[in-house]
Write a protein that binds this ligand. Structure first.
Ligand SMILES: Cc1ncc(COP(=O)(O)O)c(C=O)c1O
Length: 381
């Protein structure tokens, strides 16, 4: 079994979540949109799961739309809030996004037809609040700033951002992509200022292909796909009942365990980072001065290319990534690192390690040794 340090890409399912799926895949099948007892049982399960996740996000019961993953939740948030506001107030109002958003948000904004204002970040990846202030005015319909960056693990100052939005762009909808956040942060506090909150099951021990958009009461939102009217007509399509049930189980288990594992994960990660930095001159930790979640770190190595490094690590039984997992498998220099001003010669040698609560000391030791060895070999070659 490889040492798996790519939990920001996807996590194995928690056993209790996998177990909770099975009845809904077999004897308790049923389409929640129907009227008979089999359907009603499925609908009840979907609604109970909804309320479980609502309470973890800090939104009132019922305030959540199930989606087919984080990408879809992000698209629904950006395009659905913009669409609802345009319907109400007229077209072409501005969208404000940070420069380090996931493509699901960046491209949804870019393709929305509305003018997009992109707000930069500092050298540690934190949104520049002065630039944000400048970007905000009464014409802004939607603001989207992620809770935690997937490439460097940096936590954004959402409370201050929410304050600025309320003061300078009243009536604008604030969305946060919290896909990387739930495992590491209590979202009741961390995203308290956001109107729309995206999460994704497979980042915290739930199944792939199930996500949700938390919706605070009164937030303008409309559907972005056409269909049968499910989810109060905000996300048409037959529910993934088993996946939804398992996502709620994983979210609740994560929330209950979080306070108990954060320190241990953080200290394992910092031990790995410290040992690698000590052993390898010409290496840097990104976002070092920023608030970062416990399980993620990105290092850059001079004179090394990520792709070659990942191949050597894979051969040594260590699964890591170069920042974000790219659908094509081809690595491009990251827009996140570029926005942070990381020089190209360092950005091409980025390595993201992302741990889980289950990551052991032995795994950290093994990975440290493999990383140091691989970088040294590449530098000699
Ligand atoms: C910050 C962020 N947003 C959105 C997504 C997309 O989520 P999903 O894989 O569930 O579509 C990811 C996953 O890589 C992510 O890290």
């Amino acid at each position: 079994v490889p040492v798996y340090l790519d939990h920001a890409a996807t996590t194995p399912m928690l056993p209790e979540a996998a177990e909770a799926m099975i009845p809904w895949l077999t004897e308790r099948f049923g389409n929640p949109s129907g009227a008979h007892a089999v359907a009603r049982r499925a609908r009840r399960a979907v609604d109970e799961a909804r309320d479980t996740v609502c309470s973890l996000l800090g939104v009132p019961p019922g305030g959540l739309v199930w989606t087919g993953g984080g990408t879809e939740a992000d698209n629904l948030a950006v395009r659905g809030a913009l669409g609802a506001l345009e319907e109400r107030d007229g077209p072409r109002r501005a969208v404000v996004v940070s420069a380090v958003e996931h493509r699901a948000v960046r491209d949804a904004a870019a393709r929305s037809g509305a003018p997009v204002r992109t707000v930069g970040v500092d050298g540690d990846g934190v949104v520049d609040l002065a630039s944000l202030t400048e970007a905000l005015d009464a014409s802004v319909a939607v603001v989207s700033v992620m809770a935690v960056n997937n490439e460097v693990g940096v936590v954004q100052p959402l409370e201050e951002i929410a304050g600025l939005v309320a003061a300078r762009a009243p009536g604008a909808v604030l969305h946060t992509d919290a896909v990387q956040a739930l495992r590491w942060l209590d979202l009741r506090q961390a995203v308290a200022g956001a109107d729309l909150i995206s999460v994704s099951g497979h980042k915290f021990g739930g199944p792939q292909g199930v996500g949700a958009l938390g919706v605070r009461p009164g937030t303008p939102l409309r559907r972005v796909t056409e269909g049968g009217g499910q989810e109060r007509d905000l996300r048409p399509g037959t529910h993934n009942v088993a996946g939804i049930v398992a996502t709620a189980v994983a979210a609740a288990a994560t929330d209950a365990a979080r306070a108990g594992y954060l320190d241990a994960v953080r200290s394992r990660r910092d031990r790995l980072v410290g040992a690698v930095l000590d052993a390898l001159p010409g290496s840097v930790l990104l976002g070092a001065r920023a608030d970062r979640v416990a399980g993620i770190a990105t290092l850059c190595f001079e004179e090394v290319e990520s792709e070659a490094l990942l191949v050597l690590l894979d051969g040594a039984g260590v699964a890591a990534s170069a920042g974000s997992a790219c659908a094509s498998g081809a690595l491009q220099t990251s827009h996140v690192l570029a926005a942070m001003g990381v020089p190209e010669r360092l950005a091409v040698g980025a390595l993201r390690v992302s741990l889980a609560p289950s990551t052991t000391d032995d795994e950290v030791d093994e990975a440290t040794e493999a990383i140091v060895d691989a970088v040294q070999r590449l530098r000699k070659a």
